[in-house]
Design a protein around this ligand. Sequence first.
Ligand code: GLN
Length: 547
Amino acid sequence: MARYVFITGGVVSSLGKGLASAALGALLQARGFTVRLRKLDPYLNVDPGTMSPFEHGEVFVTDDGAETDLDLGHYERFTGVSARATDSVSSGRIYSNVLEKERRGDYLGKTIQVIPHVTNEIKDFLRIGDEEVDFMLCEIGGTVGDIEGLPFFEAIRQFAHERPSGQCIFMHLTLLPYLSASGELKTKPTQHSVKELRAIGIAPDVLVCRSEKPIPETERAKIALFCNVRPEAVIPAYDLTSIYEAPLAYHRVGLDQAVLDAFGISPAPRPDLTRWKDVIDRLDNAEGEVRIAVVGKYTRLEDAYKSIAEALTHGGMAHRVRVRADWVDSEIFEREDPAAHLEEFHAILVPGGFGERGTEGMVRAAQFARERGVPYLGICLGMQMAVIETARNLAGMKDAGSEEFDHEAGERRFTPVVYHLKEWVQGNHTVRRKASDAKGGTMRLGAYTAMLTPGSKVAEVYGATSIEERHRHRYEVDIRYRDRLEACGLAFSGMSPDGRLPEIVEVADHPWFIGVQFHPELKSKPFAPHPLFADFVRAAVEVSRLV
Ligand code: GLN
């Protein structure tokens, strides 16, 4: 049976609960325990798949094809444990399960209520995989007191109450605001937030207090006294220059010790922090800088490309260089010459996206990279746009485009070199989609195998000829144009095992030009940079040495 740590937040949102949870997971692993991290989100969307990247940031995709909260990306990057569909749940999913059961008649004529039906559904979710790990870390989204969060708080209260004592603890994150007028850190909001938790029957065991200033011992003692927490369990959390400092920083202030103490695990196994020391050494002792342009459409919100930003950092760590990524709105290139904006960069990355807006600009960025010999990494939409660019400018198909944009416009304007796929093979079964399927259900999602051409650039980069990567898209490059595009120098160097779906394209006669239909950024870790990102950054370093 796993021990459970429930992580909640109070006072304000965006305190870094996800990061604290991920860092705690890493620290428990460093002490030899196995962990799994989970996110429970109070919003009513069934999953974040249809939420705007502007509103919710990136959608993180798991191997088993779930579209989840971006916090699961942090969890994976810090623990290396691949997230599963059952590691993320929302109120929408819980209610939809309950209502489905009600319609099926599973509740035998009972009146369906938040307690016990909704809370039972949440508790069933929490128990999944209970036997597999030493610690289950469950983060509750939002802040205590939010109306939609209440069923989750009630469910974790019941869950802890029903387990043998000492098997569940509560860790609460708060903020100590600093008032410059009086030069003081204020503890009152934390006291109120804990009061709010206690009112719903939850007494925190560990308090993590975010603060921009050092927390004096007197204030720590005061928080401990007023919030009924041991002084050693009041953990300061200061701002960090890199998120990857979090495991070592939290270890220094005693977070993992406080958690193990709360469980009564004594003596605590000594931690091996070599992995994190190496990560920090690589970050702190980077020499030089490469500049990479990320030419995309969701550039207004950094979180929209969270995993890409992190994977680029990891790529830099592999070569001990700093990567400075600049987010460039692709729409600019529909009005202005890309050269004026892109010449200062050592490499260009075009990431994923949905819809036509900004795509002509991506095509122009791909053309600039191909013609100028600038390293180019196209991810998903970025691969599709590179294919369209070659079709138009080298294969003479002036009206090449993606069916996605014709669907959006409601008229046929392009020759679809990228088309809507309705049937494909996953493992040993065939998946079929109808245009009328619900929005969330029409994509090729999750891990798929790709076979790489021996001797190709990608085979060399991966050091393998069979790989597995995560997908999230509806459209595919049409295999029927393969010969025509390959004749122009765009090699189809990675294919689905049945040879029908192009997974990777590359320009052989170019220093580094690769497009991938999947999302390699989702699998990169600071302690194991993704080979594509590592090699892409290496190519950028080479360009930087030339100029
Ligand atoms: N919009 C494209 C598709 O659905 C690309 C998706 C993506 O970049 N994730 O195929």
